[in-house]
Design a protein. Structure first.
Length: 393
């Protein structure tokens, strides 16, 4: 592709299992006590090894490749500051670490050290997982951080596409370990990809999706499909913006309380079936080991209460009582892939407490936060949350 005029940069991670082996070796050498800075210096050797091997492999194919390693601070382009110096987790997972990309410093370094190579048809090969701080100290994006490095690099070189070469075919309709014949998704929206990542699907690091520029395509491909890298895998496109949806219909809250539900299967399904058979739609549900709560149109509340009360009376050993409350408003805060849900959730609860708005219930579902509150407070809460979100984005 380079010989056809394509400008390509490569970001590499440590080889499979290398980071684990380095962690184990250093932990054993240190008697189980190694500080985060020392560990990071040692673990970065995994990516450095991969960089030098990739450069050698490209040069063997008559491609001029140039290595970029954080230790070579004069040429390293990516400047990131982070206060998180905690050790890397020994568990294989995507870590979420707070960091700030120093945009101007990074842009200057890319302009000086990386972009000229691309224009000459050379291939910069950068170490993933790590970066340099403003003080030229090594910092890390955490486990899975090479994906994060790739998206940041793509932004600064104005790339059209990032191809993440992994050990999976792409994003599937289900986990292949749990379902037969899952379907490979050729395309998926950024919003759906982030929801999957938030649910624990380890195909792509969630922070990649937060950092992805709107026009950048991200494609996940299987390294085994090397002959089809240009057209295989799953493409993630689009952008999302945070929104606050306000339900204009007053809701009723119907709660069914019982005992011994923890070891009883199918109780929630039975309650939902009764409402479904009566054509009563449910806006949202929540459940615990001793209760189930349903949010539905206030006009249908009494009818739903009557139907479920018949079941409470019929099975006193399972169901204790039922309650109905009207005048409830609903707000749904959809974060998309552009915010840290923990920070936003904290901001929302602080805002509601400061405005003395009581909360009937708050439900978090992946990248969405559903808030149920008194109907009379709905308008003030909606306007306030819209202003609050603007402070995060």
């Amino acid at each position: 592709m380079v010989d056809m005029g394509e400008q390509i940069a490569v970001v590499v991670s440590a080889m499979e299992g290398e980071t684990d082996r380095l962690i184990e070796g250093l932990t054993e050498a240190g008697g189980g006590h190694v500080d985060g800075r020392t560990q990071l210096e040692f673990l970065s050797l995994g990516e450095e090894k991969s960089v030098l091997m990739m450069v050698a492999a490209l040069q063997a194919q008559k491609v001029t490749a140039v290595p970029f390693l954080p230790r070579r601070s004069q040429t390293w382009p990516l400047v990131v500051d982070s206060d998180d110096a905690s050790p890397i987790s020994p568990i294989r997972t995507n870590e979420e670490r707070d960091f700030t990309v120093r945009t101007q410093k990074t842009a200057n370094r890319f302009t000086r050290n990386v972009l000229p190579l691309l224009r000459l048809g050379q291939v910069p090969v950068l170490a993933g997982f790590t970066a340099l701080s403003s003080r030229d100290e090594l910092v890390t994006f955490g486990r899975g951080g090479s994906d994060v490095t790739a998206v940041i690099v793509a932004d600064f070189i104005d790339a059209d596409e990032v191809v993440l070469v992994t050990d999976v075919s792409g994003v599937m309709s289900a986990d292949p370990r749990l379902a037969e014949n899952p379907r490979l998704l050729d395309n998926i929206s950024l919003e759906d990809a982030y929801a999957l990542a938030s649910a624990g699907v380890q195909v792509i690091h969630p922070r990649c999706l937060k950092l992805k520029p709107p026009t950048l395509k991200v494609r996940v491909v299987d390294f085994n499909a090397q002959e089809e890298l240009s057209r295989s895998g799953t493409t993630i496109e689009g952008e999302t913006q945070p929104t606050v949806y306000r339900n204009e219909i007053p809701l009723a809250v119907l709660s069914v309380v019982g005992s011994g539900w923890a070891n009883r299967a199918g109780l929630l399904a039975r309650l939902m079936a009764i409402l479904g058979d009566a054509s009563i739609p449910v806006a949202a549900t929540s459940a615990s080991s001793h209760s189930a709560t349903f949010y539905l149109d206030e006009k249908l509340g009494e009818r739903a209460h009557h139907l479920l009360h018949d079941l409470v009376l019929a099975e006193p050993e399972t169901f204790t009582s039922i309650s109905l409350r009207g005048g409830v408003g609903e707000l749904r805060v959809r974060l998309g892939a552009v915010a840290d849900a923990r920070d936003v959730l904290a901001g929302i609860t602080q805002f509601l407490a400061h405005r003395r708005i009581s909360v009937v219930e708050l439900i978090t579902v992946l990248s969405e936060i559903n808030i149920y509150l008194p109907w009379n407070d709905l308008e003030a809460a909606h306007e306030g949350l819209l202003k609050l979100l603007r402070t995060y984005f």
